[in-house]
Design a protein around this ligand. Structure first.
Ligand code: ATP
Length: 354
């Protein structure tokens, strides 16, 4: 079969906008409240402020997508929220309230239990994290047993086999996959197994970091559909890290745009796509191909700044087509534009509600 090229299957802006999720069941309950959260890397050259004073709220049942160019700090934020930052990285400040508890205050042991039971990660390249010499069923069962409460009764062999079977079906795989080794599976199947392990203890927040990278575009769509079904089945919330704006538009309810370690725009996906505020968001959306205007993929001219010694000005100002004097003079604060719309840009000062 001839595979379509990326350009043939990429969503156009019009297609992306037509396929917004309209049947979302988002509750008023806060699942995750992130406030002034910063993660820094201490290097010989200085402190890399890869995630700086990030704040956002995720409601139960909501799909939040984090987008931005490579190096903007998306993975750093995702790993920081899971408390999986490794040296030379560390959480510099902020709080992460998950189901009413601040995960930055938990002991390492409490955090280990919280992962998987309340919070699941489908990491970048998850499919490559499977153990090559272990059957799939063993890997799923080990994940479950490892995260059981100390005082919980150990499930019987039959119960565990039934759970594995159920998980495989839920991620769209045949139960027989349990007896196979990772090398017997395609990339998409391995990614599904990684998702099965991630959701095995019915978490209420799933963090998925580029869950479809390295997969062909047709499989990408299928994996995203499965992820969406899993999230709905668990009534969980999801934070998706991605950079394909078309895929994000189709999947998410809310979008957060990261630039140089900061969230520069947050809002409902339809509103952000139809009326982007931050000049960087505008350029990201323009980078989607359009059906009407057949044109080349438009990149964003210039390079993101180094995250060491960031100047006391807007980090995007050097590349910004709307730059004015103030942009070179001070760092823009986050402005609430009403509803759930926020942006950090000097252009909107005076329009803010708080
Ligand atoms: N271990 C580390 N030590 C020093 N700097 C790091 C380390 N890990 C990441 N960084 C820096 O932090 C910044 C953010 O990186 P991060 O991987 O979070 O970005 P990203 O938006 O997820 O990128 P991508 O889309 O390519 O995954 C980059 O400037 C990167 O160089």
């Amino acid at each position: 079969m001839v595979q379509p090229t990326i350009e043939e299957t990429r969503l156009s802006t019009e297609q992306a906008i037509q396929t917004y999720r309209t049947d979302a069941r988002i509750s008023d309950v806060d699942a995750l409240v992130v406030k002034d959260f910063s993660v820094h890397y201490e290097t010989d050259a200085g402190t890399v402020k890869a995630c700086e004073n990030v704040s956002f709220t995720l409601k139960q049942g909501e799909r939040f997508a984090l987008v931005g160019e490579s190096g903007s700090g998306k993975t750093t934020l995702a790993m920081g929220l899971m408390r999986l930052t490794r040296p030379p990285g560390h959480i510099a400040n902020g709080s992460v309230m998950l189901n009413g508890r601040d995960v930055t205050d938990l002991s390492d042991e409490e955090m280990r239990k919280t992962r998987l039971s309340e919070l699941a990660l489908v990491p970048q390249g998850a499919m490559n994290s499977l153990n090559p010499v272990m059957r799939i069923e063993r890997q799923i069962i080990d994940g479950i047993i490892d995260h059981l409460d100390d005082d919980a009764p150990t499930p019987s062999k039959d119960e565990l086999n039934e759970t594995v079977r159920d998980l495989l079906i839920r991620v769209g795989l045949r139960p027989g996959v349990a007896r196979l080794y990772p090398h017997e599976l395609s990339g998409g199947m391995k990614q599904r197994v990684a998702m099965a392990i991630g959701i095995s203890l019915r978490p209420n927040l799933i963090i998925a970091d580029e869950p479809t990278s390295a997969l062909d575009v047709v499989v990408q769509r299928q994996i995203m559909q499965t992820l969406g079904r899993l999230q709905e089945g668990l009534d969980a919330s999801i934070m998706l890290v991605g950079h394909d704006m078309g895929l994000v538009a189709q999947f998410a309810d809310t979008i957060g745009v990261m630039y140089a370690g900061k969230l520069v725009e947050v809002g409902p996906v339809e509103e952000v796509f139809s009326d982007p505020k931050h000049p960087y968001t505008k350029l990201l959306i323009r980078s989607l191909p359009s059906l009407q205007e057949k044109r080349e993929f438009l990149g964003i001219p210039g390079l993101p700044p180094r995250l060491i010694d960031l100047p006391n000005s807007c980090a995007f100002s050097d590349r910004c087509p709307s730059r004015f004097e103030k942009c070179g003079e001070s760092i823009p604060q986050t402005i609430n534009l009403g509803g759930r719309r926020e942006t950090a840009c000097h252009l909107y000062e005076g329009e803010g509600q708080s």
